[in-house]
Design a protein around this ligand. Sequence first.
Ligand code: SF4
Ligand code: SF4
Length: 460
Amino acid sequence: MFSLLISGGAATPPASLRRRRHRPAASLDAVKLLVESTMAEVSSSPAADPPIQSLRRGDWVKLICGASFEDAADVRNLSLLYALAGVDCVDCAAESSIVNAVVEGLEAAMAIAPIPRPWVMISINDDEADVHFRKAGAQFCISIDFCRTPLRIRSIEPADSNDLLPTWEFDPENCPIDCARPCERVCPASAISLNMIPAEAKSPDASSPPFVLQGGVIIERCYGCGRCFPVCPYDKIRSMTYIRDVAATSELLRREDVDAVEIHTSGRRPDLFRDLWSSLGDSLHHMKLIAVSLPNSGESTVSAMNDLYSIMESDLQCHNLWQLDGRPMSGDIGPGATKQSVDFAVHLAAAHHRPPGFLQLAGGTNAHTVNSLKKAGLFRTKSNFDRVVGSASCSGGDAMIGGVAFGGYARKGVGRVLSQLPRGRLEEHPEELLLGLRVALDLVGPIKRYDPLPDSSHSH
Ligand code: SF4
Ligand code: SF4
């Protein structure tokens, strides 16, 4: 079963999905037509310019695959879909196989339609306390192969390459057999899979209970949202945190197909940020954009940003961006999740003496974010945009907010469409690709100022 990402959620599918049964099978030509009809608007507007121009105009869109999400097949197909929808950047885990998956998805998208190549960004952290860099405890031993990835699991020190790392604390056979398994239901990434099996299949011991639970956390799918931790009535799930390895990250940053990096920091430990920054050294010189993602620390946020900028400033050779992580990993929860992200943006937009750099929302962003930004006067509508660009002073018309990054909400939207597909290349299923693309365009379009989508019955 192919589960592109997020399952669950009782939201009514978009009208385009409800019409699915009545539509004839789509082809890649239909996908190309839909992209070109959307991009026709784009091609006559500055939105076809490089991503940095999108930031200047305030219509930058970034897809967040997830700093800890490492299901390469899903990352590839997500990248493909959202590249076709016109995102400027795809942000992924700092792991070479995941970067390869993103690149493959982008290349597949560019083979379908003449789209500009989005930038590839990798996400790293300076402190293991960052919630984006954790996993739910797995029930199985994590092999050394896993540890060879740029993950460094602080609490585990393997003795040699033949060892298995210690079993983490979540063992499904310790779960009460009558547990309603709320962990499975709350996981937005379908990363927990538990099955009840007859105990005899595992152990012939007559004193054993007749059934046991088998399965556990699918480690590459877990992106550390933490929703399973509090719902377990028996406290069986643990969080394991990690920091991306600096040497492996530097190597990744030197790849020609990696364009940008994002450093997640709390902003409260400039010493850790400084260490990471200096360790990355000249590998940062290859970047087109360096982003710093930080939470809202209230009145101390701007001073933290200034501290961080002073560390970067002397060696910053490209544009920089501040990712305002309003409510981390929550955009898929509901309409209200976007409030903290927009409140953060309002706070910073009004702040004096903040350091240079584009501002971009994340953490709680969803389909309601654009309207919230408009209400706050921070979203540059098409008419405002035209007025500014049409004016003689357009060179000074940078948007207050550079754009928006979508994570969980973007993944959930297309996940509902694609969850029934066999695992594999999305372009081999053009009808589902078309459906997923319409969902992606519904999210990206309001920021990019695309015209409303044509009715699906006209799209092929
Ligand atoms: S609920 Fe979140 S933390 Fe728990 S397994 Fe799923 S993705 Fe991981
Ligand atoms: S909720 Fe807790 S006890 Fe129940 S199945 Fe999940 S991990 Fe096991």
